[in-house]
Structure formats: structure tokens, C-alpha cells
Design a protein around this ligand. Sequence first.
Ligand code: SF4
Length: 249
Amino acid sequence: MTSEQVDGFLEQVVSLGTVTGVCGEGGESFTNYGVLLHFLRRATKLGLSASALTNAAWVTSREEAENRVAELMEAGLTSLGISTDQWHQRYVPVDRVDTLLEVCEKSGLSAARMETQLEGVMFRGRAAARLAPGMPTRPAEEFTTCPHEKLDAPSRVHLDCYGRLHLCQGLTLRGETPSEAVAAYDPRRHPIASRLLDGGPHALGQYAAERGFEPAPEYVDACQLCYRAREFLRPHFPELLGPDEMYGP
Ligand code: SF4
């Protein structure tokens, strides 16, 4: 995402009149640090509370952490979520997370260690393919509600670098712009959300089965069934199920 895109998206977010806070997520939001700083400054100027998530991979020294935390706070950052778990720790040493948490505390920046345990994983996206094998499963008929998103009245949405709004990662709203998408959203007329509201991932799986999807008898959780059904339905609803990055291997 570029700084120009950030400006355009934030203006549309503000024009909705209902959004009070925004969060820079990833991937890893610090990969494009200049744009992240721009996002924080611009959001703050527009009266939005601005937070961010990071995995702390960039914390190569305490001095680096101190410099960046000061710069981020000056740009308007109000809180920082720091992801770490057994999967991150294969690539990002946990002492980087500890250092960043200490620096945030010393600087007066609200920060939280966000540690996902296996029992907290939602088996969608890469987790559906890579982490699900070998996990205990339950019958597909049991997954009759979406356990995590308020699809009838969303209290949060995700905005990707293409300007698409997501109800859940990979499940998007129709509309050329974020403000158009919000204005046009009718959960009962959205072909995917309406099925999820009526009978959860099981109903969505049945809907996909009418088009040739072959559901497995059991899944690890509701999200794995939902994700697999959506993956199958992508060619039927390319404007609602994407982008490719959300359905990668
Ligand atoms: S993957 Fe499906 S079931 Fe899971 S939170 Fe998202 S919309 Fe709900």
C-alpha cells in the first residue's frame, strides 16, 4: 500500500462517520515502515485512534526499539500489539519481543503480547492447510454458526491494499470504494454472508456442494469448513472471495 492509497482510504473511512479507530496490520506492518508512519500521522490528524501490529522482527537492538517507539509515538501510535507464538519464534527470537515490550513500557506506550496457542488457532488460510492435519475433527453438521464475526452487523472490517473491505479475511464486500461497500452491504443479499448467517459453515458447504464441492465428513473447526467451501466457490464469486493472497498455499 502506498502513502497516496492510505490518504484516500482514510478519507473514506472518516467519511463513514462511524469509525473511531484504525489498526495497521500485515503480513507485517513494519515491512513498509515509511508508509506505516504516514498512516499513523494521517489517521491521528483525522481524529482517529491509530494502533498497529508487529512481530518485532525488526528489533535488532534496544537502541533501534527505543528510536522507533519514540518516532511511532510522535506519529500518533496509541497502542502496539506484538505477535509471538511457537510459529513466529522459529523465525523471530522471542528476546526481540521481550525487548520491545520493555521499551514500550518504559516509554509509556500501551503494548500487548499477543501469543496464539494451538487451541486458539482459527483454521482458515494457511492454517487450514498446514496446521489442520493430525488435529482432532468434528462432524461438519456441527458447524452451524460463524463463531467469530458479527456478519449481520459488523463491528470491525479489514481493508486490504486493493481497497477491498473484508468481513473476515478473504470474504469481501461489493463496492468500488470502502464507503460504497459499507453503504451497499445487506447481509441478507450477500450470497456468502447470508448462508453463513442462516446455517453457518455447514450451510455454506451445502450451498457449495450444489455446485460440485465435496465436503469432508469432518473438519477441525468451523473456519476450516468455511474456508474450504469459500475456496471452492471463488470462481463463482470472484468479486466477493479474494484476493489470491488470502487463498494461497
Ligand atoms: S472463516 Fe468463516 S466461520 Fe471462520 S470467522 Fe471467518 S466467516 Fe466466520
